[in-house]
Ligand binder design. Structure first.
Ligand SMILES: *Cc1c(COP(=O)(O)O)cnc(C)c1O
Length: 507
């Protein structure tokens, strides 16, 4: 008995005893936790060619003990890894700093359920996933069926996916099937495929990319915006002119640049009036945060009338990469994109049937289940409240500097701002120079490994510097629970110092 157990155990652990396995896994945990807690944003930097030459090596002939492999990782790989848990990392949300979520991620790796089917691959995991999807539906104002009414994956009203990009792609697939039913079987009929409206200049690339992945080609119609939201009269005009042709309309509850929340109710009313047959999709990758907060929830009013909603918990809840969900108002709408194979998913609880692009499917939802239980509604509100407070501190610190200018009023947790030296910015050449200064600030901060802000092109929609000009601001996101007022003061001071140096105001 003992013997057969031991044999089974070591076979199971590929040549390691259970004690050795525990040792190695504990070592991995120690390295990972120390890494997150180190405070460094990058321990080291090197140019890509140096890293390429160090890492692209032939596969060794001889085996290497696991402990040595770990050592190799610590020496050659880890020092150059980005640490989002460092409070110096201010450009995105911090992923994976919630301990309950990390525990969920680790356990999902260790227990290896496969969400493709319920019967033998994930007896309980499927229902944990459904539970989390129902929690999110409720937070966003979608109806939640009685438990007794849930008898298959088509009663759930959502799927868990790898990220916002995949969720948006599935939403576009639903728009396609809704506009020209049967396309999945018959193939795309170009003259009937319609178009998708997006707000100009602020959209996420995933919508345009998905339409091409789905064989629809470039069918995005950008509608003019004002202040990072749809210009509603322009939207009304386009909807009127192209009413029958519009397959889908996408609105952002927190766009990926300034996290501005759309006037969702107004957009929904216009679409229902002028193009009632089109699929209305809300990208709430960031906006999910507002749903968790008592004071911000009102900004999402109307989202519950949308046909589908993308949420990205890995952007707003400190859960590790990756986790997203696509929620649909009418659960049965997922029937139009169902695929079936008797090989592995001939059962009503098989998420494999309603999750396009994926076969075997990791248990991504466990980390969110653990995080939500850990915090409860009140704790989730507190997480978002803390972000709001951090954002207010940052905004105040920017406002206190005469040479810093912010480009918008923040809606959620992002602030795009620029260093602007004294003197007039009027000609295009002035704008080019201003952008160059801010690009150099960004690069120097990264080079010296002091602070990270994200940078991208952003039209000056509010006319703060030069209306319509494409600017290259720095973008702060209040996503890191470790960011203190002290960090904010130091980071802002360093931006001003570098700006002064680069623009020649300081020797
Ligand atoms: C990040 C983001 C996406 C894409 O999400 P991934 O999780 O990176 O795939 C889509 N839309 C918006 C608005 C985003 O901010």
């Amino acid at each position: 008995m003992t013997r057969s157990c031991a044999t089974a155990e070591s076979a199971f652990l590929h040549g390691h005893s259970a004690d050795e396995a525990m040792d190695l896994l504990s070592r991995a945990l120690e390295i990972g936790v120390r890494f997150k807690a180190s405070g460094d944003m990058y321990r080291d930097r090197a140019d890509p060619r140096t890293l390429r030459d160090a890492l692209l090596v032939p596969l060794p002939h001889r085996p290497m003990p696991t402990r040595e492999v770990i050592g190799r990782f610590e020496m050659d790989v880890l020092p150059y890894c980005k640490n989002e848990a460092s409070p110096r990392f201010m450009g995105f949300a911090d992923t994976g700093s919630d301990v309950a979520a990390l525990v969920g991620e680790l356990l999902s790796v260790l227990v290896q359920q496969n969400l493709i089917n319920q019967s033998f691959d994930s007896p309980t995991a499927t229902f944990v996933e459904i539970c989390v999807l129902r929690w999110m539906r409720e937070l966003l104002g979608y109806p939640v069926a009685d438990v007794a009414e849930v008898s298959s994956v088509w009663d759930v009203g959502g799927i868990v996916t790898s990220g916002g990009t995949m969720s948006n792609a599935v939403a576009m697939m639903l728009a396609r099937e809704h506009h020209d039913p049967g396309t999945a079987a018959a193939g795309v009929r170009p003259e009937r495929a319609g178009c998708v409206l997006v707000p100009e200049g602020i959209g996420h690339y995933s919508v345009r990319a998905s339409l091409s992945w789905l064989g629809l080609g470039d069918r995005v119609v950008p509608v003019p915006t004002s202040g990072f939201r749809y210009d509603l009269s322009a939207l009304r005009r386009v909807l009127r002119e192209r009413s029958d042709e519009v397959a889908g309309v996408v609105a952002y509850a927190g766009d990926s640049r300034t996290q501005t929340i759309e006037r969702l109710r107004a957009v929904s009313d216009l679409v229902r009036e002028f193009s009632p047959g089109s699929w209305l999709h809300a990208d709430a990758c960031w906006g999910l945060a507002a749903a968790l907060h008592h004071g911000l929830r009102g900004r999402l009013a109307g989202i519950e009338t949308f046909d589908s909603i993308t949420v990205d918990p890995h952007k707003v809840l400190n859960v590790p990469y990756s986790l997203s969900a696509l929620l649909v108002r009418e659960p049965q709408s997922l029937r139009s994109i169902t695929s079936y194979a008797d090989l592995i998913m001939q059962e009503e609880w098989a998420f494999g049937q309603v999750t396009p692009f994926l076969g075997s499917k990791p248990w991504w939802s466990l980390k969110l289940w653990m995080l939500m239980l850990r915090h409860g509604r009140e704790g989730l509100h507190q997480i978002i409240e803390r972000r709001s407070a951090t954002l207010r501190s940052f905004t105040d610190a920017v406002d206190a500097q005469p040479s810093l200018v912010r480009l918008h009023e923040p809606d959620l947790f992002a602030l795009a701002f620029m260093y602007v030296p004294p003197g007039e910015i009027s000609t295009p050449a002035d704008v080019v120079r201003l952008n160059l200064i801010n690009e150099e600030i960004h690069d120097r901060l990264l080079e010296e490994r002091s602070w990270f802000f994200h940078q991208f092109g952003l039209p000056d929609a509010h006319g703060v510097i030069s209306r319509g000009a494409v600017l290259r601001p720095l973008r702060f996101v209040a996503g890191n629970p470790g960011t203190t007022d002290d960090h904010i003061r130091q980071a802002v001071a360093r931006v001003v110092e570098l700006g002064d140096l680069i623009s020649g105001r300081r020797a």
